[in-house]
Design a binder for this molecule. Structure first.
Ligand SMILES: NC(=O)c1ccc[n+]([C@@H]2O[C@H](COP(=O)([O-])OP(=O)(O)OC[C@H]3O[C@@H](n4cnc5c(N)ncnc54)[C@H](O)[C@@H]3O)[C@@H](O)[C@H]2O)c1
Length: 394
C-alpha cells in the first residue's frame, strides 16, 4: 500500500507532538522532513527527532514532488500564508488551530482547497478522546433523550503571572482574541461535534487580569515555563490587548442554550476542559483531566460512570481506543487518531467503514466566524448572530 510522505513545519511544542503521532501511524505514513524558523533550529529538531531531512525555509519542501502532506505547527499569524502556499503547490495540509487570524482568511483557504481539489484539516484533536466520541454516538442514538442545554469551561493557569509570556500575548502574532481563539475554540468545536448542533448566537464578556505585562527584552521567554524561575532583570513592559478570561452565553440550533467559561489565568487549573450536557432522559459529563470516563447522570436512580473500555463503547470510539479498559489514553493519543482519520481519507481508506469525520477547513472557518462574533458581542455588549461559514460581511 502507498504510504504518505509527510513534512512538518514548526519545531516548538506541538511540532514534535505531531512527529510522534505521525510515527504512531506507521502503516499510513512516514515522516520525511522538518522545517524550522532557521536552519539551526531545524537541524537541532531533526537530530533530536531522528528526521532524515530538514530546512530553515519551508517553501523548499513545497517544491518537492515526493511530499504528499504538510503539517503547519507554527504561530497563528503564519497559518494563513503557509497553508495558502501549501495549497498553491498542490500539497494536502493539516494546520494547527486556529486556522487563521480572521474569518476572511480562513474562508479564502477553505475555498482555495476546494478549487484545487485538495484535502485539508484543522487540528481540533480534542474531539478524538474516545469518551468524547462516545458522547457523540450516544447523542446520535438519542440514549439520553433530547439535548436541552450544555455548559462547560476550558481553564488554564500558565499566564497567571504578569511575567508569563508567549507569542500568544501579541495580537499581531496570535489574533484579536487570545483565550477564546486559543482554547475556547477547542471547546466550541467539541460542543458542536458532540451535540451535532451549530452555535447560532453568542453574548460574551471579556476580562483581563493585567493591562500591562512584562517580557524579556532578549526574547528568551519560554512558553509554559515556571514563573518563579524566571530571571526578570532585563524585562520590559508591554500593553496587553487581548482577553485572559471570557464568559459566553451560547444559543445553539433547535433552541438549545449553553454557556462557556474560558480562562488562562485560573490558578491551579492546567488544561481543564469540561463539557456537560442536560438531556430529557439523563445528563452527560466529561472532563479532559480525567478523560477516560463519562458520568451518565440520572434523576431516579444512581448515576453511572462509564469507564473507557473498548468492549463497552460504540464501534467508532472503540476503534480509537488503543488499549484495553483500565489502561489510560490521553492527549497524545487524540492527535494520533485525528491524523489517522485524515490520512485514511487521503489514502481513500476508512477507519471503521464510515465516512471521514475529521475537522475540515469548513470547521476551522466556522471557529473563526464564531471568534469574530464573540469579539463583536464583547465589544457591543449585546447578543450577536454567528453568520453561516460561507457568508462574507460587506
Ligand atoms: N491542538 C492542540 O492541542 C495545540 C496545542 C498547542 C499548540 N497548538 C497550536 O500550534 C501552533 C504552534 O504552537 P506551539 O505551542 O507549538 O508554539 P511554539 O512557539 O512552541 O512553536 C512554534 C514553532 O514555530 C517555529 N516557527 C516560527 N516561524 C517559523 C517559520 N517561518 N518557519 C518554520 N517554523 C517557524 C518556531 O521557531 C517554533 O519552533 C499554534 O497555532 C497553537 O495554537 C495546538
Amino acid at each position: 500500500m502507498k504510504k504518505l510522505r509527510v513534512a512538518i513545519v514548526g519545531t516548538g511544542f506541538i511540532g514534535p507532538v505531531h512527529a510522534e503521532a505521525v510515527r504512531r501511524n506507521p502503516e499510513l505514513a512516514e515522516l520525511v522532513a522538518l522545517a524550522g524558523a532557521s536552519k539551526e533550529d531545524a537541524a537541532e529538531a531533526a537530530a533530536k527527532l531522528n528526521v532524515p531531512d530538514f530546512t530553515g525555509d519551508y517553501t523548499e519542501l513545497l517544491k518537492r514532488n515526493d511530499i504528499d502532506v504538510v503539517h503547519i505547527c507554527t504561530p497563528n499569524y503564519l497559518h494563513y500564508p503557509m497553508v495558502k502556499e501549501c495549497l498553491n503547490h498542490g500539497k494536502n495540509v493539516l494546520c494547527e488551530k486556529p486556522l487563521a487570524l480572521t474569518a476572511d482568511e480562513a474562508r479564502e483557504l477553505m475555498q482555495l482547497a476546494e478549487k484545487k481539489g485538495l484535502k485539508a484539516a484543522v487540528n481540533y484533536n480534542l474531539r478524538y478522546y474516545p469518551m468524547v466520541q462516545e458522547m457523540r454516538c450516544r447523542n446520535l442514538d438519542r440514549l439520553t433523550g433530547s439535548v436541552f442545554a450544555v455548559q462547560g469551561s476550558y481553564l488554564q493557569d500558565w499566564l497567571q503571572h504578569d511575567n508569563d509570556y508567549s507569542w500568544r500575548m501579541e495580537s499581531r502574532l496570535s489574533g484579536k482574541s487570545r483565550a477564546v481563539a486559543d482554547i475556547g475554540t477547542h471547546w466550541m468545536d467539541m460542543a458542536q461535534y458532540v451535540t451535532g448542533l451549530r452555535i447560532e448566537r453568542v453574548f460574551a464578556q471579556f476580562g483581563r487580569m493585567y493591562d500591562t505585562r512584562k517580557k524579556s527584552a532578549a526574547g528568551k521567554d519560554i512558553t509554559f515555563s515556571k514563573g518563579s524561575d524566571k530571571d526578570t532583570s532585563d524585562y520590559i513592559s508591554y500593553t496587553v490587548d487581548t482577553e485572559d478570561y471570557a464568559q459566553i452565553m451560547l444559543q445553539f440550533e433547535n433552541g438549545v442554550i449553553g454557556n462557556l467559561t474560558v480562562s488562562q489565568v485560573m490558578a491551579g487549573y492546567k488544561n481543564f476542559m469540561e463539557f456537560r450536557q442536560m438531556g430529557t432522559e439523563a445528563s452527560l459529563s466529561w472532563d479532559s483531566e480525567s478523560p477516560n470516563k463519562i458520568q451518565i447522570g440520572h434523576r431516579d436512580r444512581p448515576n453511572e460512570i462509564l469507564m473507557k473500555d473498548p468492549s463497552l463503547l460504540h464501534e467508532r470510539p472503540a476503534s480509537m481506543s488503543a488499549f484495553p479498559g483500565g489502561h489510560q489514553e490521553g492527549y497524545g493519543d487524540t492527535i494520533k487518531y485525528m491524523i489517522r482519520e485524515f490520512y485514511s481519507d487521503l489514502l481513500e481508506l476508512r477507519v471503521d467503514g464510515s465516512r471521514a469525520d475529521y475537522p475540515t477547513l469548513a470547521d476551522g472557518t466556522a471557529e473563526m466566524v464564531l471568534c469574530e462574533a464573540i469579539i463583536e458581542s464583547a465589544q457591543k455588549s449585546e447578543w450577536t448572530e454567528v453568520r453561516p461559514v460561507g457568508e462574507v460581511v460587506v
